[in-house]
Design a protein. Structure first.
Length: 397
């Protein structure tokens, strides 16, 4: 079945097809239509799920934590300051190893208030132990949501599915909606590695001591540091799991093949522009123009940001002359987050491409194709950047 609908509709439909059992909802622009659509599915009987409206974003994720702890497939969504309001519970969900899926519809953070798009909200939460996946268009939104439930369940780690506010959430694009039968054949019935059982009472996530200790069964149990180490290792291991899930998805639905990164005209490229989200596809128009002028440039889009796919980055980028990173978020006081991660990944390579950083689109500032064209063309021409600092595009003062 094909549809021409919004990105929020695509996300909600993916959640419905995943047969989510508990939905916690609190409205925040531009995420609100997603949970509204889910409420319609529940009200109409299309989705057999508990829909729980709550009084805050903190409560929304708390409900998902409680639901997942009892063995239910749980979902919520948020944006911007709503994600920050959840922050305590975001860390808790990861530490508790709960297979929750949450859509983050990217929007700038206050103060001052903005309802427009950048990626500072999800990027600010990159170090909390969640897997972060980013979508570039509506087809990727619905496909990624469905795959995210499989991934979260397989590795017992929560997953954020992130996509750009308004640019994707509210625009209409054509995309294919998978059949429920095919999704059921792809996504296993929900089961968690451990959940609360009234017949076997237990405490979950009680105070943990710094050193190993014997548990109630007389076995040596991990302490806080070992638990954190296990999460880190499993996050790293989830890269391979995602690749396997994507291959399974491709076999059933005929779509996929680029679960980590997505390349466009990179095979012979001397220069590669790197970005995340819808900006990656915007850059393709610029690259087509520059190719017509004889400049060998391509675009690399990251779908997986955390855990950071350093090996895939090295494989894709080490052979080019220059990497030009465009991003809509930054680490204040240093520069672009993706820029820093890419430089770190390439550090041990014998031959490292030059890496340049550009910050743009903050707070919804218009990203003009002409500006991208001029900046990327100049970056390809310049023998060496004048500075290693991130350069801002589109500043008016």
């Amino acid at each position: 079945m094909h549809a021409i609908e919004s990105g929020n509709f695509a996300a909600a439909t993916g959640v419905k097809l995943a047969r989510v059992q508990v939905i916690a909802a609190y409205p925040i622009t531009p995420q609100t239509p997603l949970t509204e659509k889910l409420s319609e599915y529940v009200e109409s009987g299309e989705l057999d799920s508990q829909y729980i409206p709550v009084e805050s974003e903190h409560s929304a994720l708390s409900v998902c934590i409680a639901a997942a702890s009892t063995g239910a497939r749980a979902f919520t969504a948020t944006s911007s300051n709503g994600l920050l309001y959840m922050s305590e519970q975001v860390h808790w969900a990861a530490g508790a190893r709960l297979p929750i899926v949450m859509c983050v519809v990217n929007r700038g953070i206050g103060a001052p208030w903005t309802v427009w798009n950048d990626q500072q909200d999800s990027m600010s939460q990159r170090d909390n132990g969640w897997i972060q996946l980013y979508a570039n268009d509506h087809q990727q939104i619905i496909d990624t949501v469905i795959k995210a439930f499989h991934l979260a369940q397989d590795v017992s780690i929560p997953v954020m599915v992130c996509y750009d506010g308004y640019l994707l959430s509210h625009t209409y694009m054509p995309f294919e909606i998978p059949s429920q039968e095919k999704v059921d054949s792809f996504l296993p019935a929900f089961s968690s590695h451990y959940h609360l059982d009234p017949d076997n009472p237990a405490n979950l996530n009680s105070v943990t001591l710094p050193d190993l200790r014997v548990n109630v069964h007389g076995d040596m149990a991990p302490a806080y540091m070992e638990i954190r180490n296990a999460l880190h290792k499993d996050l790293r291991g989830s890269i391979g799991v995602l690749e396997e899930i994507d291959e399974k998805y491709k076999t059933i639905f005929g779509r996929g093949g680029c679960p980590i990164t997505e390349e466009y005209l990179c095979e012979d490229a001397s220069f590669i522009a790197v970005s995340i989200g819808s900006l990656s596809y915007h850059l393709r128009d610029v690259v087509d123009t520059l190719r017509g002028e004889g400049i060998k440039v391509g675009v690399l889009s990251l779908h997986l940001y955390r855990p950071f796919p350093d090996k895939a980055i090295i494989k894709a980028l080490k052979r080019c002359e220059r990497i030009v990173v465009f991003e809509k978020a930054l680490s204040y006081g240093y520069g672009g987050m993706l820029y820093g991660d890419i430089k770190s990944a390439l550090y041990d390579c014998d031959e490292r491409p030059l890496v340049q950083s550009f910050i743009l689109g903050i707070g919804g500032r218009e990203i003009k194709t002409r500006d991208l064209y001029e900046v990327l063309k100049e970056a390809c021409r310049t023998s060496k950047p004048k500075t290693g600092e991130s350069i801002w595009i589109g500043l008016k003062l």
